[in-house]
Design a protein around this ligand. Sequence first.
Ligand SMILES: Nc1ncnc2c1ncn2[C@@H]1O[C@H](COP(=O)(O)OP(=O)(O)O)[C@@H](O)[C@H]1O
Ligand SMILES: [Mg+2]
Length: 260
Amino acid sequence: MNPGSVLEVRDVTVRFGGLTALDAVSLAVPPRHVKGVIGPNGAGKTTLLNVLCGFIRPDEGEVLLRGRRHDIRPHRLAGLGVARTLQGVGLYQGLSALENVMMGATSRASAGFWSALLALPRSGRDERRLREAAVAALDRVGAADAAGAMPGALPYGMRKRIALARALVAKPALLLLDEPASGLDEAELAELSALIRDLAAEESLVVVEHHMDLMMSVCDSITVLDFGKVIASGTPREVQGDPAVTAAYLGADPGGSGAC
Ligand SMILES: Nc1ncnc2c1ncn2[C@@H]1O[C@H](COP(=O)(O)OP(=O)(O)O)[C@@H](O)[C@H]1O
Ligand SMILES: [Mg+2]
């Protein structure tokens, strides 16, 4: 029903034994849109991201990328134009920032994963293209100066930027960010917020995050989950003012007035 969507989730249900982690969840993400997903602990946010990147197959419902169904598997993500950052940082300590980012591009380079890793490219042209793409991705996240540094020598915020560059280098149409604000200080949060808006000029993003101020400032729309169900969806301002959302965060009965 949303022909222009980069991502459409239709009535997705995921059960773990007797527990319904996602209950007929639907959402759509148009091009160049930042979709936030929030909700109390256990609401199903991580499960939703895991469905989007193929770690979990839904029991019911479907996920469409640019209007089409795909067999979404983690190793096929890059080919489908989807990239994800991990909850932590997940950089290889023995590789420089640039080399870490180059590894994110290997699925697009004909030389392949191992030759890139070992810096033994099948052709000098592949190697050069890979390097250029990685430098451009580092530049896009404001980390060009860190290209030659080893991750261990860099501050946490900079390591997160490099992890983001690694996700961006394959030029995804859809970027999935799992708790990008965790561990960042106030200055880094402001930078992250500017960076997310900047990325949205080209990509669509789905952001799972607890940090409300960040979500209010960067998201075009927010879907609120509680016990696996969508309890609200709309602009940040709309969901912020929704009594069901307040109730979910306070652990109160969203039905409110005592009706049962
Ligand atoms: N692999 C799993 N096996 C069983 N239950 C799970 C599994 N993953 C998540 N759950 C349960 O599903 C619900 C949603 O979890 P999760 O998606 O991690 O929530 P959130 O990320 O919003 O905190 C929780 O009740 C959680 O305990
Ligand atoms: Mg989670």
